[in-house]
Design a protein around this ligand. Structure first.
Ligand code: UGA
Length: 432
């Protein structure tokens, strides 16, 4: 099939590359000319394992191309996927300006029948708005709209797309349903067919539920700390129950990233507009906000009366999660300035996110190696669960440190083992 993907951010680029790898002919469109030129030269704007190689392969084999001209991009495409950003506005509501602009451009260039599919995460009702804009601009209704929300995760985006667990088709006609099924045929996944509004809601409900699982286990972790229980074992014991499941019960410093914080906020706004005020989601957000601050309290406890002023602390992990350089809503963005305000000298290390981190944390001091960061530090704070940190040579780290203190926001190590090596080790929801 010929498809056009508008927007080359995470969702658009990964979808475009993966659909082309499954044999479809894909044109990716973006108004950012520099981005398009870079993509033509196989320079990708994000760090995502395997993406560059797959992009090159499909480009070389002639199934994937890039353009900044929307009219060229949609000409000949049977399906147009909208995958532009819907960032949060100041008040938390999703900002639909890019969606509206794309809908207008599609309308201006729509000459034959196409299915216009929204992949971006958009509030319920956006599909209808897109339909109105396109038919007003095009002057005809020879198209169908559809919603096909995306569920891929950063860091494992390609695997998540190739092995998608389900595809949701929010459609208004059998023709659109047939076309979406053909598009997804190579993925052999479970398909849920519904109306556009339900598909839009499914995405928010899924993300809010995952965020709820994280905040829930973090509350349990905090309770474990106060009562001598071990959250890792609690999560394991809960997770064997298939009704609960093991996934997303990893206690830590809470969720970050471009999705959960934004989508929970947007869901609250959707509720407000619909005249229903959600009760669980605000609690999820509030637990998440507090959770990251607990790490600083743990550091304070480690130094006791000495206080934090003047201490040199190594921060390991800047990105919001491993295998990405995405800094959006990363705990490090809150915690590093807070530490600095308390007079701490912070030295950071992240395997890939340092240069992006410098754009958001002006004062950032960094090293190019893990051992460089820990050298002469008086404590380590672990903020991201990178494999490189799990694999670090703890004996060597202990030798490099001025004081053997590790405050671990991701529960990477066994507390007993850490005590045996001689560390002061505090983590989340487990006894020191
Ligand atoms: C999330 C969803 O998992 C995807 O299904 C969805 O498509 C995506 O948002 C989106 O809406 O675009 P993502 O934000 O890439 O994906 O990352 P996750 O792996 O879900 O992690 C989110 C945050 O939760 C991270 O900060 C991670 O450290 C944290 N987390 C995750 C925990 O603290 N504990 C866990 O058990 C799992």
């Amino acid at each position: 099939m010929n498809i056009c993907v508008i927007g080359t951010g995470y969702v658009g680029l990964v979808s475009g590359v993966c659909f082309s790898d499954k044999g479809h002919y894909v044109t990716c469109v973006d108004i950012d000319k520099e981005k398009i030129n870079n993509l033509k030269n196989e320079i990708i704007p994000i760090y995502e394992p395997g993406l560059k190689e797959l992009l090159k392969k499909n480009k070389d084999e002639g199934r994937l191309q890039f353009t900044s001209n929307l009219s060229d991009g949609i000409a000949g495409a049977e399906v147009v996927l909208i995958a532009v950003g819907t960032p949060a506005r100041e008040d938390g509501e999703a900002d639909l300006q890019y969606i509206k602009a794309v809908a207008r451009s599609i309308g201006e260039n729509l000459t034959d029948y196409k299915v216009i599919v929204t992949k971006s995460t958009v509030p319920v009702g956006t599909g209808q708005m897109i339909k109105e804009i396109i038919s007003n601009t095009a002057g005809h209704s020879h198209f169908d709209i559809a919603s096909n929300p995306e569920f891929l995760r950063e860091g494992s985006a390609i695997k998540d797309t190739f092995q998608m667990e389900r595809a949701i088709f929010g459609v208004e006609s059998e023709r659109a349903e047939r076309i979406l099924k053909k598009l997804h045929e190579p993925f052999q996944t479970k398909i849920v067919v519904t109306n556009v509004e339900t598909a839009e809601m499914t995405k928010y409900a899924a993300n809010a539920f995952l965020a709820t699982k994280i905040s829930f286990i973090n509350e349990v972790a905090n309770l474990c700390e106060a009562s001598g229980a071990d959250v890792e074992k609690v999560a394991e014991g809960m997770g064997y129950d298939h009704r609960i499941g093991k996934a997303f019960l990893q206690a830590g410093i809470g969720y970050g990233g471009s999705c959960f914080p934004k989508d929970t906020q947007a869901l609250l706004k959707i509720g407000e507009k619909a005249g229903y005020s959600l009760k669980i989601v605000p609690a999820v957000e509030s637990v998440n906000k507090e959770q990251r601050l607990r790490l600083i309290n743990k550091l304070r406890c480690a130094f006791g009366k000495e206080g934090l002023k003047g201490k040199r602390v190594a921060v390991l992990g800047l990105a919001f999660k491993p295998n990405t350089d995405d800094m959006r809503a990363a705990p490090s963005v809150d915690l590093i300035p807070l530490l600095e305000r308390e007079g701490v000298e912070v030295i950071c290390y992240d395997p890939v996110a340092t240069s992006k981190a410098k754009e958001v944390i002006e004062s950032l001091q960094s090293t190019s190696t893990l051992y460089g960061a820990v050298k002469d530090a008086e404590a380590i704070l672990i903020l991201t669960d990178w494999q490189e940190f799990k694999d670090m040579n703890l004996e060597q780290v202990k030798l490099e440190l001025k004081r053997p203190i590790i405050i671990d926001g991701r529960n990477l190590f066994d507390p007993l083992k850490m005590r045996d090596i001689g560390f002061y080790y505090d983590s989340i929801g487990r006894s020191v």
